[in-house]
Design a protein around this ligand. Structure first.
Ligand code: NAD
Ligand code: UD1
Length: 309
């Protein structure tokens, strides 16, 4: 079925629309299912091989119609903000878990096997204790977001064993790049800091700024997702999608300052509930199973994000 579309749920969002561009460039037909809650129509091009269906992945009829006739699915639709899940666990649960389960049922009923899933490093909680976390590090979800991602992984594994689904489960670390919406306080920290620094608006750091993240440029992530769609076979089990690097928020602020000049005022407030202190991937499984050619250096990625290069 080479001409049948690939369904990208959440395809109007930051990561989804970047993936859609890559798939279109490879000659694929693409169908997007997105409720445009944080995604935007403007993220998607007008293209004869692209179809947008506006709706909720947790709506079973819609999900089944969207899956019908597709050759594979990339499931990215979710409330991506950890903080939003802390404030509204039920609302985020509908998208983040019911949405996944609904999609699994739709795939079972429509006979579609391959699904690439965006899980999260959040499933490890603070179990890394400052060291790199491997896939065998026990999960310790601290927030409704992390609970739903972990439960989604388990559902996907059930459908693999019971119904022959072919899930490629990636635990994304912190992804950044162009189109990550800077306008919401619930967005990723790099997009918020970069936009506020550029506009001269005050910056808030939750905690002492010494918390660390393993930041991945979105194009590097998308290259791996495409490989997972095209791989003839997939091994079971989740795969960390991180670089194995550690950058603190204070280091991030310095890097932004080096690119843009003096920063606006920075205020340090209390850390957010459920916030993870240190997050860094042991990415050996990723490197065994997929190609990660010359990942984007952070400074260059920041410059691209700010359209400085
Ligand atoms: P995003 O908010 O830009 O994208 C999410 C997309 O899903 C949006 O277009 C939104 O409108 C859509 N959506 C949300 N709920 C929906 C629903 N119920 N039905 C249909 N569409 C819905 O965020 P993103 O950063 O591109 O995240 C994409 C995926 O990657 C999410 O599953 C997120 O949890 C996961 N993830 C992201 C990161 C990161 O650092 N950005 C890290 C780990 C995992
Ligand atoms: C991010 C992703 C989440 C993903 C996880 C994987 C987003 C919005 N969140 O969560 O989907 O599953 O990585 O590791 O993409 N911060 C500030 N000031 C701000 C904003 C944030 O200090 O204005 C702090 C936060 O408190 C946190 C750090 O920056 O300590 C990172 O926050 P955020 O970008 O929201 O990412 P995660 O919570 O790690």
């Amino acid at each position: 079925m080479p001409d049948s579309p690939i369904l990208v749920t959440g395809g109007a969002g930051f990561i989804g629309s970047t993936l859609v561009d890559a798939l279109l460039a490879r000659g694929c037909a693409v169908r997007v299912l997105d409720n445009l809650s944080t995604g935007k129509r403007a993220n998607l091009p007008e293209h004869p091989r692209l179809e947008l269906r506006v709706g909720d992945v947790a709506d079973s009829e819609l999900a089944r119609e969207a899956v019908r006739g597709c050759r594979a699915v990339v499931h990215l639709a979710a409330v991506a903000s950890v903080q939003a899940s802390v404030e509204d666990p039920l609302g985020t649960h509908r998208s983040n878990l019911i949405g996944t389960l609904n999609l699994c049922e739709a795939m079972r009923n429509e006979g579609v096997k391959r699904v690439v899933f965006a899980s999260s490093a959040a499933v490890y909680g603070n179990n890394g204790e400052g060291r790199a976390v491997g896939e065998n590090t026990p999960a310790a979800p601290l927030t409704p977001y992390a609970v739903d991602k972990l439960a989604s992984e388990h559902y996907l594994d059930f459908y693999r064993r019971q119904h022959g689904l072919e899930p490629a489960v990636f635990r994304f670390f912190n992804i950044y790049g162009p189109r990550q919406d800077p306008s919401s306080p619930y967005s990723g920290v790099i997009s918020i800091f970069a936009e506020r620094a550029r506009s001269g608006l005050p910056i808030t750091v939750f905690g002492d700024g010494e918390q660390t993240r393993d930041f991945v440029f979105v194009a590097d992530l998308v290259a791996v997702l495409v490989q997972a769609l095209e791989a003839p076979t997939l091994e079971a089990g989740p795969v960390n999608l991180g670089l194995g690097q550690s950058v603190s928020l204070n280091q991030l602020l310095s890097a932004v300052g080096e690119l843009l000049g003096p920063l606006p005022p920075v205020t340090y407030l209390a850390a957010r509930a459920g916030d993870i202190r240190h997050s860094r991937a042991d990415n050996r499984r990723l490197l065994q199973r997929f190609q990660l050619a010359a990942p984007m250096p952070m400074k260059e990625g920041l410059a691209r994000l700010m359209a400085l290069s």
